[in-house]
Design a binder for this molecule. Structure first.
Ligand code: GLC
Length: 442
């Protein structure tokens, strides 16, 4: 087993299926007791069990609490939370099998923001327009535009947004202050700052900067962010592949430069998204390029060594105020094969409400999909950096929208990874990307 595969196993540990079943059982028991107290025989009540699939990184513990609240409010509904896959593309590999076999076991599925086009093309999503009815446009108008647009494919509502996301620069506030540094606005400042702190601290475990480098979904953004930041785009205005330009080479140059300065570790090619968080929480990282959920874990996990030592700002750019970032986020979809579609839809509406957006923001630092939740005082108390986060989410760029996204992702992430691992030159990686993406974007 490779180091990366081992790490993937470790990443799943906090949310093992056994623990999840225990949580579910405990809550079911609590619900059962409440039913008896109310003097209602459970046998007399018609019961529907909804099963929702979520990923280990999307805080299944918080989903469980939200589901508990929904059960309390909705007599006759029980919710089971199924957890799988440490990374976005691993979750999707599992879901591809479940959905392709038209399995009715799942009623609601959490999907990454890059997936609605694929779900629309395969027919795996129950389109929600008729359920939304006359309210459709008013409901959709409340979401941040990027999420409204991502979830409407070919005029049909494929899913509803659960939480927003974008990549930010996490930094060690205490170390930057100690060494008289401001959070960097450019990649050059980041490099110089990391070198200074690493030298002065003399701690061999302290790494300067990490972003995802393993052959996983997050590594697509490791390529796209500096490419966009250099003024490039994957495709031109006609949707044709446009990777030939100078900007397409900049990510390779940037990551090679940070490696040469020893600012990134030699094993960057083995680092998946959640490992950045683990390294940061262990106190072993100065700067990390990563997503919203990390704040809550770094502040709240009992084993975090960096509580109250964390800062979050927009990513640096090649020049100041020229940063780009990837938009992320997760949607809730009703399975086309569910036997409980009407009830599943109602649960999806609840999950995609401002109330749940607020609860998630506080319990998990999940960025809201409603603009007004960013200024909620309770949300800001839990996440002071949200006061500057909305413009970042609003200007974040989308990974390509296409039903062929799984292939697009594979081509970009495996080439970026091969370069970081030292097994391909930048020219070879770029040539292979051009060869394999041009049949898709032509
Ligand atoms: C975060 C983002 C998601 C992205 C993933 C990559 O979960 O929300 O959109 O694909 O990270 O690791």
């Amino acid at each position: 087993m490779t180091a990366y595969a081992n790490q993937e196993k470790a990443d799943q540990r906090p949310f093992s299926p056994k623990e999840e079943t225990m949580i579910t059982r405990k809550h079911l028991l609590a619900g059962f007791t409440a039913t008896i107290l109310l003097g209602v025989s459970s046998a007399a009540m018609a019961q529907t069990t909804l099963r929702i699939f979520t990923g280990g990184q999307q805080r299944p513990d918080v989903m469980r609490k939200i589901a508990d609240e929904y059960e309390r409010r909705t007599p006759g509904i029980k919710v089971e939370v199924e957890v799988g896959g440490a990374t976005s593309e691993q979750q999707q590999q599992y879901l591809n099998t479940v959905m392709a076999s038209k399995d009715s076991a799942l009623d609601v599925v959490l999907i990454d923001v890059i997936r609605p086009a694929q779900y629309a093309a395969t027919g795996w999503a129950e389109t929600l327009d008729s359920y939304l009815g006359a309210e459709r446009d008013a409901v959709m108008a409340r979401y941040l535009p990027a999420y409204r647009e991502a979830n409407i494919v070919g005029g049909k509502v494929i899913a509803l947004p659960y939480f927003a996301d974008a990549q930010f620069l996490y930094y060690r506030k205490d170390l930057l202050e100690k060494h008289g540094l401001q959070p960097p606005k450019t990649w050059d400042e980041l490099k110089a700052g990391a070198e200074k702190v690493m030298k002065a601290e003399g701690n061999p475990n302290l790494s300067g900067f990490q972003t995802a480098g393993a052959p996983i979904e997050g590594t697509v953004c490791t390529y796209l962010v500096p490419m966009w930041g250099a003024g490039g785009g994957l495709t031109d205005a006609q949707g044709k592949l446009a990777l030939g330009a100078e900007a397409a080479k900049r990510p390779f140059q940037l990551w090679a430069d940070l490696r040469a300065a020893n600012v990134t570790p030699s094993n960057l090619a083995e680092i998946p998204t959640d490992r950045i968080r683990q390294n940061f929480q262990a106190g072993n990282l100065i700067f990390g390029m990563t997503w919203g959920y990390v704040w809550n874990r770094a502040q709240g996990d009992p084993d975090s060594l960096v509580k109250d030592k964390v800062g979050v700002v927009p990513l640096p750019g090649f020049s100041a105020n020229a940063a780009a970032t990837c938009i992320g986020g997760w949607q809730v979809m009703v399975s086309a094969f569910s036997k409980n579609k009407a009830e599943a839809y109602k649960f999806v509406r609840y999950l995609s409400s401002p109330e749940v957006a607020k609860a998630q923001a506080i319990a998990a630092s999940h960025l809201p999909v409603f603009a007004e939740v960013y200024t909620d005082p309770d949300v800001l108390k839990a996440n002071p950096w949200f006061k500057d986060a909305l413009p970042v989410v609003q200007t974040a760029r989308s990974r390509p929208v296409t039903p062929a996204y799984p292939r697009v992702s594979e081509v970009i992430r495996t080439n970026m990874n091969a370069f970081l691992a030292g097994s391909k030159t930048a020219d070879a990686a770029l040539a292979d990307m051009n060869r394999d993406l041009s049949p898709i974007f032509r």
